[in-house]
Each structure stands twice: as structure tokens, then as C-alpha cells.
Ligand binder design. Sequence first.
Ligand code: G6P
Length: 612
Amino acid sequence: MCGIVGYIGPREAYPVLVKGLKRLEYRGYDSAGLALLDGGLKLYKNHGKVSDLEENVRGKDISGYVGIGHTRWATHGEPSDVNAHPHYSQSRKLAIIHNGIIENYGSLKTELINRGFEFKSNTDTEVLVHLIENIQQEEGVELVEAVRIAMNYVVGAYAIVVISENDPDKLIAAKKGSPLVIGIGKEEYFIASDASPIVEYTQNVVYLDDEELAIVPRKGELKIKTIRNKEKTPFVHHLEMQLSTIEKGGFPHFMLKEIYEQPKSIKDSMRGRLSLQTGQVVLGGIIDYEQKFLNARRILMIACGTSWHAALVGEYLFEDLARIPVEVEYASEFRYRNPVIYEDDIVIAISQSGETADTLAAIELAKSKGATILGICNVVGSSIARATHAGSYTHAGPEIGVASTKAFTAQVTVLALMALAIAQRKGTLSKSRYYELISEMESIPAKVDEVLKVNDLVYEISTHFKDARNFLYLGRGYNFPVALEGALKLKEISYIHAEGYPAAEMKHGPIALIDEHMPVVVLATKKGTYEKVISNIQEVKARKGVIIAIVTKGDEIVRDMADYVIEIPETDEIFVPLVATIPLQLLSYHIAVMRGCNVDQPRNLAKSVTVE
Ligand code: G6P
């Protein structure tokens, strides 16, 4: 939540900052601002998007070779001009941008007010900039030292960048809990919440660790020290990210592009891990932990949002194939409910961004109890990827649309690979079933490619439902998490109320909602509980509900009962989530576009939730 950028070097900072903020808008987009240094410190900010900021600064002085910028997702203080970042210090010589939450801001604020500081905003962030100035004034220390001391007073999560009129040749960046990346160019530096604003200038980056601060100079070398004042040598990573992967590539929205990327992203998740020639599934990242899996009493899967739905599919896969008991936990509940954690537990934390605050906290809790923590993350080098003992990246490429699509199918792909690998080592699958599954798995990208051909049909179906007020999604077995995910997608981007339910549970509640105004999306693919789901369809029809059925190609039985039918290619039951999810993503996309919603940046949501 919140995106931050900084630039120092020979270029005009403004275009770099604005372009960077647009790339980070997925992190929050309720207000935007920037500060530029060109002799004096200039600050512009407003409620609204980065495009509103561009309007706001039209005709104003935007010169400067040093600058910082921010796009906000409000936590403390409503979205407004005054609460937008950056925030000035009392003297207006310093300004700060911040991503995260200062938990003890209340007590710090009272103390600073007692010392004569006047607060202009309702944010927790403003406390920090006054605190830094206060330390400078009282202790007569340099800016770097004042930031370091201030960090020792602060409880909470932050990634900050400080700019100062009195120190025009440097930016100070610091981090704890929220991500921060520094790009190293030729005599220039870029700072950002993730690498997307940086890749077009340099592929060399340094990820700041928690409780570290960086002195980012106009000339000379980047310096890093810890908040205990210990110098550290920056470790430079070389990024593999291409600029094209973070642009829309001719699609009207990132979400649609990402839906269409799934044949490739699923293949990328499998690449080098699944070999039909050798008959092996090998995940290099967790190979050293296979024995732990074989000895594990159970697996705990921890995640939030869409990643939690992937974890549910993971539960079915691991129990079905590898016969290991699995518990799926919402990270936010797990971290606060004194859970039982055994030392021989394997915890699998699943996160697209690798930055979700609740998931990170749950990992730390499980780690402190001695469990083995594995990660399934999409963003390379992210906090969760670094906090886990080992893991497997999903390799889906950057996901920019706030509603997760290709990351979900990539997570399910990696979970299926893991379950198959462990099942083979444990001998819980017959040889013939194992080979049947791995060869079917190889055909999944082609099947996803095929299912994308339903797009025109889904568009047509969407025209009938764009004004619906409620939706119900039903599925059983492997299709139950798909129903949850389908409902979440629709809620997130079209603001239509939608509920996902296990089909057989409908009679215990949701059936009361069904009438001729209730569209019911039913996942009625062959095998598994197909016949039972047909009974559920009849129950809905008997109450005049409108059925949109997702069926296996060639199904005539459901076609005769349903109002609308979307066919998907036949696949093994365990891989159905990878195929059946696609039409539901398209359905929510088209309905949202028809309703005039901002598909890539839905209201109130953020891609990366770095606050609890
Ligand atoms: C936010 C996003 C969701 C995502 C969830 C978990 O709510 O909008 O799309 O599923 O966070 O994020 P993670 O990065 O941990 O998968």
C-alpha cells in the first residue's frame, strides 16, 4: 500500500518520478504528491490520482535534479490534499514520503506537540518528519544521524525517503517491514517500492533490509548502515525483468493482458521443473526439504485473498495426492489466535507480492515455534521470499492489475508440482496415475489457450448481467475454491455483491436468496461430484434462479438445464481449477468494463497490502 519513488542524478527528476508513480499506482491511488529540490524545496500534492497531480503542477515550477514522489492508500487520515504525501517538517526545509504505519504515532505526536510542533495533517507519517527535525535541532546532528535516531523511536512498519533543502546532495531512505529498492544507474540513483519504476533505467538494484538506512548521494557511492550504526556493504542484484512485461502491450487493461498471458505464465511456472522424458518433477528451491515433507505431521498453508484460494486448492492437492493433512489459514487470523504449531510442521506461505503484512507476521510466528517455512511468491527478492527458509517462485511475471489472475493459476501450478513431487517420493500414487497426471499437466497451457476462445461468448453473456445486484457461485471439490475465487473477482472489480459457496451447502442458507433475479454460476465439470452438482442446478432452477454453467466440452445434460453454458476443455479433476477459473476471470472483467468500473485500480483496494 502506497508507492514511493525517489530520484537523484543528472536528469530532471519530475518525469522520472511521475512515470514511476504511474507504475506504482497499483499500490494505492487515492492521492499523490511530490517534492523537488532546486535550490529551494517545492512540494505539490493532491487528493486523486497521479494524472490529477500532473494537472495540478501544469504551469508550475517542476525543475530539480533531486526529488521524491508518493501515491497513497489511506490508513491514518482520509484521502485529502493535506493528508497526501510528501509532508513538510515545521521549518519546511525537510520533506518525507512514507509507506507503512507508525503504530506509536499517538504518543510521539503528543510529545512533539508539547515541544511546539504544529501538525497540518491527520497522518501518522507527519510525526516522523517532525521527529527527525526535532532530533536535528536538539542534538545538532546531521540528517542521516537524525533519521537513524528517529528510527529507534518508531514502532511499526515503514519505507521512507527524506529530502532536505540543507542537504541537497543526498536522499536518505530507510526501511522496516515495507519494501524498498534502490536502482544504481550511471552517476544516478532511483528509489522505489518495487523495481517497476527502475527497470527502464538500470537492472542493478539493492534491496534494503529491515532496520537499514541508505545514504543515496548525488555523486559517489551508495552507503548503507543499520539503525545500530553498523556500516554494511550494499549487495547488488541484477534484475531479469524486461520493460515490456510491465506495459499493457496493446490490451485495454492490465487485467485482460494478464488473463491472456496465462498459457505462458503457467508454462513458465512449470519450466525446468516437470520433465516427461525423465518422469520427474523437481522443484530446485525446496529439494533440500523433501525429507521434512516425508516426516511432516501436517502442512499449514498461510495466505490472504486470492492466494488463500490457491492454498485451498493446495489443500485438496496435498491431501489427495500426497496424503499429508493440510490446514489452510487466513494469515490475519492465524497470527492473533495462539495457534498450535509443531516443530515438524511445514508451513507454506503463499503470496503474489511477497509483501503482505499479515502473511509476513504469520511466518514470523510460525518460525519462532520452530516450524519449517516454505514460500510460494511471485515477486523475486520480496520480503516473504527472504523471510522463508526456502521456496519456489511462481515465475508468472509482474502482475499489475489489482485483481489477481495469472498469479492465482501460477500458484496453483506450483502447488500441484509440489504435491506431485512429494507424492512420488512418498509412493502415495501408483506409477500409472503419476504418469497420467504429469502428462496431463504438460497439456494444461494448451488447454488454457483453448479456453480463452470463450471470450466472445463470455462477453455476450456479460451483457445480460451487467446490472445484476447479486451473484452466487457454486462448486464442489476442486471447484469449490474456484467458486470462491470467481465471486471474489466479481466483487473486487465490478462492486456487485457475490458469494462463493460449496454447492451442497446452498441448501443451508443461500437457497433462500434464489429467485428469478439471482444469477448462479455453477461449476459443473465432469467427474468428481458431477451428478450431485446437477441436483444442485435443479434445485436452483426449481426456484427460478438463472444458471450460468461452466461445463466440460460436449456436456449435453447441463446444457438442457442451464440458461447459459460455457464449455471448457476436459482435463483431470485435479487440474480443473487451472482451466475453469479463466471464464470466471473473463466474466468479471467484461461485467466490470460494461459497468464503467476502473478494472485495474478498483476502489478502496490495493495490490500489495503492507498494513494489517
Ligand atoms: C490484496 C490483493 C489481492 C491479493 C491479496 C493477497 O488484497 O488485492 O489480489 O490476493 O492482497 O496478496 P498477496 O500478494 O499476498 O498474494
